[in-house]
Design a protein around this ligand. Sequence first.
Ligand SMILES: O=P(O)(O)OC[C@H]1O[C@H](O)[C@H](O)[C@@H](O)[C@@H]1O
Length: 449
Amino acid sequence: MENKCKFDYSKAVKFIRDEETASFEQIANSAKEVLTSKNGQGNDFLGWVDLPVNYDKEEFARIKKAAKKIQGDSKVLLVIGIGGSYLGARAAIEFLRHGFYNNITEQQRKTPEIYYVGNSISSNYIQGLIDVVGDRDFSVNIISKSGTTTEPAISFRIFKEILEKKYGRKEAAKRIYATTDKAKGALKNLSDEEGYETFVVPDDVGGRFSVLTAVGLLPIAVSGADIDQLMEGAASERKRALALPYEENDALKYAAVRNILHRKGKSVEILANYEPSLHYLAEWWKQLFGESEGKDQKGIFPASVDLTTDLHSMGQFIQDGSRIMFETVLNIEQSKVSLELKEEPVDLDGLNYLAGKTVDFVNKSAMNGTILAHTDGNVPNLRIDIPEQNEFYLGQLFYFFEFACGVSGYISGVNPFNQPGVESYKKNMFALLGKQGYEKEREELQKRL
Ligand SMILES: O=P(O)(O)OC[C@H]1O[C@H](O)[C@H](O)[C@@H](O)[C@@H]1O
């Protein structure tokens, strides 16, 4: 088995002629050139390109040290953040660690329970989490690049107060870790004031590209996963993405193929997984591609399905509904566990034909059957083969998608590194909340409600 994730579009050849992929070589290569020579729009947000080999080693060591401290003095870690300041860590922890991470015993897990908050504005959720933490020792990692995002700021205010009541202000400060801008923003000011340990989101790394900075690395390290291996995996994919010619360059090919399909009217890409532990990887991927490409009235809408679960809900539409989509399947080649189905003396459930087979064999058969059925239903199918679920391959995947996303955005002629559209809801929300400076907008919006 080759030690890398692989992109395979052989099942989509029915929809793409060889000449089409060949003629896209130039387009993909020039988009790559724009990215790597840093000549394109958004070129001040390309810090992620070299991150796997060019990261702050001193901070990396400090992340490991902080993770050890949290593991030693906390039963629970709260990760407070939203969007790019949350999804990468959650995707990684769910991909890498036990499927029931928070539910297995402390002896089995050996690391703190980890919960995510500040990714909604639900009082119900926050109160629920306060109940779950109870009177146990806990720490908080507040993550916000801007340091001003409302959702995490609200949750942080609440849990900071609980920490301060429980431990006193000085001791509470030793349990708060802030990941934010190196110099500016409300969170940075507060951290300096209170003496929190801080980690940096580099200026030239946007939120959705920040999983391999302290944003992702601290929570991932607390969960017990190996962040050295994660960086090594990313570095290995970086090498390939930068150096390999189009024909052998998987990230470049993926960027090209999805754009070829888009130009044929496929405006939705569904990322499909067959492992529940990949659900949040798809959520991370959706933000990555959605915020990067969905602008100027353009872009492929990134959607996701968890299979086979959603074959019993969304399967009908994918097979037979509007022909607007293509599907990219995340295929874990080697399952973490092998569960064998046993023979029963009386075959009441009719499953004896599977006796001696593993559950994963059934899962793979479902996957292969579905890929062919969807292909027959005119849904072009792409596949990414992941040898197994470990840190090294996850690092590769993160980098693979980031690189393909940058190239793909440049192919479609947008700035892949801004997100101007996100501000519209914030403006309205601030106006309705009565924030200073939004008086005029408030009046206008109130009339429309
Ligand atoms: O890290 P923060 O500044 O709190 O931002 C968190 C998220 O919210 C913003 O509104 C952006 O649209 C996202 O790209 C970002 O990842």
